[in-house]
Design a protein around this ligand. Structure first.
Ligand code: HAM
Length: 416
């Protein structure tokens, strides 16, 4: 019998509803922020990733799926989406009409050691924004990530971590300082880090093998960034605060791809084990010019779809969500009025859920929130007496009171 390749899996029909739900939510939210879909090929020239992601990165050194086509050209399956977006940006001269906002979703390939949440074919959803150089663009990226996590019900299971990786002005001197510091303690480092000390000393900072006491003492990038980078980082934390997006500064975060400047961020989930980054990204202002394009600042992120779905499963998030959740106040549970309306709405094609065991308004609202229905219909004594319904739109919190006949029309309109 021929089996699937190691680290690669089918998405069976029982799971595909979850994938569709995730893709739908991503499309909806990214479009709200002005992003349009970019579809790029699954294979590219190998030089694209060698140059963009970095010759010394793990991805390029040991994880690429390389092959020669029949014409003798060396190609690879894409390990990530940013390099292709940059190639497309340059090839189609997008610098002429900035900003350029794109999103993508699809399979990526890395020859990594498979484990829970880590596969050799995995799927990313990502966004890239070309043009704006200020920290507001970085904050927009993080807002996109957090809004999507919220929409799929796992917002509270994830922490946003941020750091600054400096720029070409300040990273060189910091790297020297760090290397000198680590050289003095070379014998205390793990074998892997001793080897990469010369070529990629920053990676020591996020090595899981190192003694926390040793890491605690190392010079931190954030204490050594130049004035420009410092100002950018302060601007970013200010915007995140204005947007009410909670974050944590993690001075040890370094990314495994070489193209980042200044802002780097990750969304870290509790409860996923070692592979706990569900999204990651940052600013890459130098990359377009390095790849031969007209110098253009850019920022982006990508999320791992398998990890998001694992987390949703762990949090018992339903993937088939109702169109409407019905909450009926009082201890009569669902009264005749509410029941009739629910049946009428279902006959019209809507998915309507309600908590059949009654309970307080507060606990029913909790169930409504967990169901991820975009809208809740509230029926209290006043609504029953007046033959009306109060609709509460869950994302905005906006409420409206409508007559029973108008409700269906309104719901079908938003579902169209
Ligand atoms: P990355 O950190 O390599 O960044 O990957 C982003 C996300 O993809 C990770 O946080 C994780 O959720 C998921 N991921 C990565 N490798 C695997 C794997 N083997 N199995 C399952 N999931 C995985 C990038 O790829 C950058 N291109 C992100 C970016 C976009 N930066 C700027 N723009």
């Amino acid at each position: 019998m021929i089996q699937t390749v190691r680290g690669v899996r089918d998405i069976p029909p029982e799971e595909s509803a979850g994938w569709l739900f995730l893709e739908e939510q991503a499309r909806r939210i990214f479009q709200q922020y002005g992003y349009r879909e970019l579809r790029t090929p699954i294979f590219e020239r190998v030089e694209l990733f060698a140059r963009a992601v970095g010759e010394t990165s793990d991805i390029v050194e040991k994880e690429m799926y390389l092959f020669q086509d029949r014409g003798g050209e060396t190609l690879c399956l894409r390990p990530e989406g940013t390099a292709s977006a940059v190639r497309s940006f340059i090839e189609t001269s997008r610098h002429r009409s900035l900003p350029w906002r794109v999103f993508y979703m699809g399979p990526m390939f890395r020859y990594e050691r498979p484990q829970k949440g880590r596969y050799r074919q995995f799927h990313q959803i990502g966004c890239e924004l070309f043009g704006p150089a200020g920290p507001l663009a970085d904050a927009e990226m993080m807002a996109l990530v957090l809004r999507l996590l919220e929409a799929i019900g796992i917002g509270s299971a994830v922490t946003l971590e941020i750091n600054s990786l400096g720029c070409p002005v300040c990273r060189g001197p910091y790297r020297e300082r760090l290397t000198a510091h680590l050289h003095e303690r070379r014998t205390q480092l793990c074998g892997n880090c001793q080897r990469r000390l010369e070529r990629n000393p920053l990676r020591v900072l996020d090595c899981k093998e190192e003694d926390p006491a040793l890491l605690h003492e190392v010079p931190r990038m954030l204490d050594h960034v130049c004035d420009g980078c410092q100002e950018h980082f302060a601007g970013l934390t200010g915007h995140l605060t204005d947007l009410q997006l909670p974050f944590r500064i993690n001075p040890f975060m370094v990314r495994g791809l070489d193209y980042y400047h200044r802002t780097a961020f990750e969304a870290i989930a509790t409860g996923l084990g070692a592979q706990n980054a569900v999204a990651a990204g940052g600013r890459y202002d130098g990359l377009v010019a390095e790849m031969g394009g007209v110098s253009t600042p850019a920022v982006g992120f990508a999320m791992g779809m398998e990890r998001l779905l694992l987390l949703m499963e762990e949090q018992r998030i339903p993937v088939v969500r109702p169109d409407l959740y019905l909450v009926v106040a009082g201890d009569r549970m669902v009264d005749g009025y509410g029941l009739q309306l629910a049946e009428q709405w279902r006959r019209a094609g809507l998915r309507v859920e309600m908590h059949l065991s009654g309970g307080s308004m507060k606990s029913q609202m909790k169930h409504a929130g967990r169901s991820l229905a975009p809208v809740t219909a509230l029926i209290g004594t006043q609504e029953t007496a007046e033959q009306t319904v109060t609709l509460k739109w869950m994302e905005s919190g906006v409420q409206e009171s409508l007559s029973a006949e108008r409700v269906l029309e309104r719901l079908l309109q938003t579902n169209a």
